[in-house]
Design a protein around this ligand. Structure first.
Ligand code: SDX
Length: 378
């Protein structure tokens, strides 16, 4: 048996959802290039495409949007439960707990019933943003506000979060960010979702386990750490020194590197464009100059090893300009990635076998039991 740490290069499933060419820097959902989706589609349309496999007709899209709009509200029991969460807790932990709690309300494990599947998809896509916004207000000591039926998906999320109707450019940029983050083949959280799905548990448990996996700093959580790193660097002239020190100490540069891409992540290039659109309209962020200096200086240091900016490098700067607090960056990634997780949940169930890999045992064999009084103190 050959051990493959991190399962690098080990195919564990077949999938027709998302295709990455890590050498050319290309990403497609269901065959459509990511840049085309980000400019022409909406998040809900892209979610439909990912989950059901094809672009919706106008009637299918209207029905899906209406269903999502109808299910945005949270039960008062979920809101009351969230009010008991510590205000100092991380919003990803609040989201994981709240998402899991939906299983208490809706679980019937009827995962071979198309109506149950459609309803679960709609509920999760509809309620996850409301949960993120609700926790934000609750931790400030306020009551969550109700969704507004006249606002589309992303505009409504910003409204629930900030209590103000957002500028249309801000809402469109957020919607485009959600498209970019919606799916990325067999990343850690999606693998987690598929492993959980393979036990035939309910979709709320599938999403809750994926949220927990996304939270880590090697995965979705890196977007928070990027801003912290840029602030530590402070000014563009200090970027090179910071990079050299970090590389000498074998520290990771947050927002850089990717298992699949050996070039700049195409999503990072698009997010950089979105950031510039926002800066042109709402004013610059001085950390953007620092980020550009990090990318430029990292080129000769890390580029030859195929280490370039990934999706998390510029996303934080975009969210910051939208007025979103730093610890909500990863929950926003989760709002979007729910679409990909659900697509993989359905795909996993369509040809399921429980995940049960093997291991190479390296522990002791055949030890002799010693009574407690015979054991030496260590
Ligand atoms: C996401 O998989 C996905 O698709 C994920 C994602 C998605 O959409 O779902 O794209 C979202 O998770 C983006 C990644 C966010 N994480 C970070 O930005 C954290 C910093 N990056 C890394 O820790 C790392 O690059 C990973 C976790 C992204 C990838 O890890 P791998 O493939 O296991 O690579 P590795 O850690 O084994 O590194 C290989 C080599 C090492 O050097 P050597 O020991 O071989 O000399 O590359 C070096 C690493 O030290 N390296 C880095 C680096 N990333 C890799 N060196 C400095 N800075 C970095 N960021």
């Amino acid at each position: 048996m050959v051990l493959k740490p991190g399962l690098e290069g080990v195919p564990v499933t077949q999938s027709s959802i998302c295709d990455i060419d890590g050498i050319k820097g290309e990403l497609r959902y269901r065959g459509y290039p990511i840049a085309e989706l980000a400019s022409k589609s909406s998040f809900l349309e892209t979610a439909y495409l990912l989950i059901w496999g094809n672009l919706p007709s106008s009637q299918e899209l209207r029905d899906f949007e209406n269903a999502v709009q109808m299910h945005r509200r949270l039960s008062f029991r979920v809101r009351d439960m969230m009010k008991c969460f510590p205000a100092t807790g991380h919003p990803m932990d609040a989201l994981q707990s709240s998402a899991a709690s939906l299983g208490l309300f809706y679980s019937r494990r009827a995962i071979d019933n198309p109506e149950y599947i459609y309803d679960a998809v709609v509920r999760l896509i509809a309620k996850i943003p409301t949960m993120v916004a609700a926790f934000q207000l609750i931790r400030k000591g306020q009551d969550p506000i109700q969704p507004r039926d006249d606002l589309p998906y992303s505009a409504n999320f910003l409204y629930m979060l900030t209590e103000r109707e957002p500028d249309p450019l801000a809402a469109r940029v957020l919607d485009r960010c959600l498209i970019l983050h919606a799916e990325h083949s067999l990343n850690a959280s999606t693998f987690s979702a598929r492993v959980t799905a393979s036990t035939l548990t309910d979709p709320y448990a599938v999403i809750a386990s994926a949220v927990g996996t996304l939270a880590g700093p090697l995965h979705g959580g890196a977007n928070e750490d990027v801003i912290a790193m840029l602030e530590t660097i402070g000014t563009p002239d200090k970027a090179n020194n910071y990079l050299n020190n970090a590389i000498a100490q074998k520290s990771k540069i947050m927002g850089f590197g990717h298992r699949e891409y050996k070039v700049k992540d195409p999503r990072a290039s698009l997010l950089q464009e979105f950031a510039e659109d926002l800066f042109a309209r709402f004013g610059k962020d001085e950390m953007y100059e620092v980020a550009k200096a990090v990318e430029q200086n990292a080129g000769p240091l890390l580029g030859p090893r195929g280490i370039y900016p990934n999706v998390d490098f510029y996303s934080g700067l975009v969210y910051r300009k939208l007025g979103i607090p730093r610890d909500l960056f990863t929950p926003i990634f989760a709002i979007s990635r729910v679409a990909g997780w659900l697509a993989h949940w359905r795909e996993q169930l369509s040809a399921n076998r429980i995940f049960r890999p093997t291991q190479i045992y390296t522990g002791e064999k055949n030890r002799t039991w010693k009574a407690l009084e015979e054991r030496a103190n260590n």
